[in-house]
Design a binder for this molecule. Structure first.
Ligand SMILES: Cc1ncc(COP(=O)(O)O)c(C=O)c1O
Length: 350
């Protein structure tokens, strides 16, 4: 605390990202990064941008990338909004598309940035409990609200909600924006982007950090009705007109132009996820069904905290949340097969 802080900063409770340790030789399974690198075409595209043009500002609207994403998803460029990672897109959504006087609904176990945005903007929120099997019950999202947001698949549970149930939530909230945060959708789910022309209250956010292996480039986007996108542009242009730099715009576009690489990485993660799930079940873990690039698992006898500590002593980092209902779970990012073998062997020895 300092006398120079504004009263607003004094009361902020910031998000705590998973650690990025400096030690070499760690098996890092704590922040849901992709174990496979980005497409070589992304690297080439970024290298091609490393020239004198860096003295110029990038395209504030990211027109070329928006066109690429629109074509990929069969929509129009004016239905796409770009941001510096989907975290920034989400921040603008909370500011620009939720009704601030009424509570925003999100699950009790979910992405822990949502309550932070509510705190940042002074928006009330109400958590909606997941079922005992950690699923979203659409009927629970019919209560009065200022907006609804949930990840699909949910994080950190990995559980996926079928599109027919997403539609139930949309239909129950025609006067409120419903945001489906699809950070992990490419690992086995079906995107709700196919529904944006049917539901003017639907906004879908996605990221290139996970399935496209570009967490370090910071590119995310939202898709929805042009009126929703216009609100986000108004917020963006009141905050930072150039959220994506020239390298990010070029690299992200190239990522969409290498479908074969993208598919191979997703399939690699999915098959390893199924292998790790089966191996952990053999070791006495309950593993929630996951459609993400991570699994959420608890051991029948050992505590989550002890297991996370034991793994760390062996040089393996996973995420443990000391929170009600989930303190015995570990969220484990799917790594390379060597990393996953190390995880399985170490859990076996604990
Ligand atoms: C559910 C969810 N949404 C959004 C994000 C943010 O992703 P990024 O800002 O890297 O696009 C994450 C990151 O882990 C996430 O888990």
């Amino acid at each position: 605390m300092s006398k120079f802080w504004s009263p607003l900063v004094k009361d902020l409770v910031p998000y705590v990202p998973g650690e990025q340790p400096k030690m070499a030789k760690l098996v890092k399974l704590n922040t849901n990064e992709n174990p496979f690198g980005p497409s070589p075409k992304v690297i080439e595209a970024i290298q091609a941008e490393l020239n004198d043009s860096l003295r110029l500002y990038p395209d504030p609207e990211g027109e070329s990338l928006r066109q690429t994403i629109a074509t990929y998803h069969g929509i129009q460029p004016n239905q796409v909004f770009l941001g510096n990672g989907s975290d920034e897109v989400l921040a603008h959504i909370f500011y620009g598309l939720f009704q601030h006087g009424e509570p925003i609904l999100f699950p009790d176990i979910t992405y822990s940035f949502y309550p932070v945005y509510c705190g940042l903007y002074g928006i009330p929120s109400k958590v909606v409990a997941l079922t005992d099997s950690f699923e979203i019950n659409p009927a629970d999202f019919t209560q009065p609200n200022g907006g609804v947001i949930f990840p699909n698949p949910n994080a950190p549970t990995g559980r996926y909600l079928g599109l027919e149930h997403v539609e139930e939530i949309l239909a129950a909230n025609p006067d409120r924006v419903v945001v489906v945060d699809e950070a992990y959708i490419d690992f086995g789910g079906k995107t709700a982007i196919t529904l944006v022309d049917k539901y003017p209250n639907l906004l879908v956010s996605q990221t290139l950090s996970k399935a496209r292996s570009l967490a370090g480039l910071r590119v995310g986007f939202a898709v929805g009705h042009p009126d929703l996108i216009e609100a986000l542009n108004r917020v963006k242009n009141s905050f930072n007109s150039y959220p994506l730099d020239r390298l990010a715009l070029a690299g992200a576009k190239a990522a969409y132009e290498d479908e074969a690489w993208f598919r191979k990485c997703c399939e690699g993660v999915i098959s390893e996820r199924e292998r790790v799930t089966a191996a952990l079940e053999n070791l006495g873990f309950e593993v929630l069904p996951s459609k993400a690039n991570f699994i959420f698992a608890r051991h029948k006898e050992q505590s989550g905290e002890a297991l996370a500590r034991g793994l760390r002593e062996q040089g393996i980092i996973v995420r443990h949340f000391n929170k009600p209902r989930i303190s015995d779970f570990l969220r484990i990012t799917i790594g390379t097969s060597d990393q996953n073998d190390a995880l399985i062997n170490d859990l076996d020895s604990l």
